[in-house]
Write a protein that binds this ligand. Sequence first.
Ligand SMILES: *Cc1c(COP(=O)(O)O)cnc(C)c1O
Ligand SMILES: [Zn+2]
Length: 367
Amino acid sequence: MSRYLQGLKCRACDARYPAEVRSTCDECFGPVEPSYDEERIRAEVTRADVERGPRSLWRFEALLPAVRNQDVDLGDGWSPLRRARRLGAELGLPNLWVKDETRNPTHSFKDRVVSVALTKAVELGFGTVACASTGNLANAVAAHAAAAGLRAVTLAFVNVGLRPYYAEGSKTIALETAEQLGWRAPDHAVVPVASGALLTKVAEGFRQLHRVGLLGEEPAVRVSGAQAQGCAPVATAYLEGTDEVRPVRYPETIAKSLAIGAPADGHFALDEVRRSGGALAAVTDDEIVEAVGLLARTEGIFAETAGGVTIATLERLASRGVVQPDETVVAYITGMGLKTLDGFGTRFGVQATIGPKVEALLEAVPA
Ligand SMILES: *Cc1c(COP(=O)(O)O)cnc(C)c1O
Ligand SMILES: [Zn+2]
């Protein structure tokens, strides 16, 4: 059992429960999340302790609901935060950074949530874990279950009973970002939205780091959300100015990993965006493919369609003055391009076949 975990608490009514297998509150059916003894963390955990930790998200074990299990930790997280100078120059954002989640063990940000959830599953004595997934989650669950000696079952839907622990894995992306910026929070974070858990936990992650004394200044991070037009329930609510996140029954977009029609944390994400002074945008499939190309051409990072959603949204919000040139901006690139080749059509295929003659080469590649 983690040293600082106090149990689960309801996000709506504050009811408390032990750290068991549970996703909702018995009193009000609200979602529950882990709560920690932040006073003790503040007194006992230092930046140097974190910096001495493993080169994975488990360096932040004090802020996680389980103790690191070396069998389950495949080197999840602790992904590079790259200064994106060339992309930033194209978008007019001189202080742009990208967090490169393509480099996780199964090449998406889902390795974070699964690393935490399956560590907890082993602790709770599970033998089998299951999930519903279109790809990224299934890959992450299969890999971590194999390493932990658990049986994994993937249906086209895992993340129910273990969801409160699972979602804590998302938080680590914000904790790492702050450490990598020299223990500072960025001014603006641009986050892709599927269920809305990642966005909500990124916002909370920066605040929690401050509460436990690892971030000096109180962070004021503006959080913006990115969705694809073919499945944009949260962005639509934002743009229409309502509080109601209406489900999308038939999602239709190449950004399959973000295509959740009824996002469980949609209204929390909407609320974080509004309260922090961020924005949400919905981008088209063509814009997504172009943005994947832009990121590859400027920074050498090949993102899946979800990364294209983030970069296209960043582009739009920068051109509208929502993301501003004087801000330190971090864009989250949450998955790798080789996973979604179908969605790109012929866009990144072979450009030309050149005959084995110098003349043919010179013709195809002018000096
Ligand atoms: C799951 C996922 C997200 C975000 O998911 P949330 O459900 O909003 O937490 C973002 N990008 C990729 C590639 C994903 O697979
Ligand atoms: Zn409750």
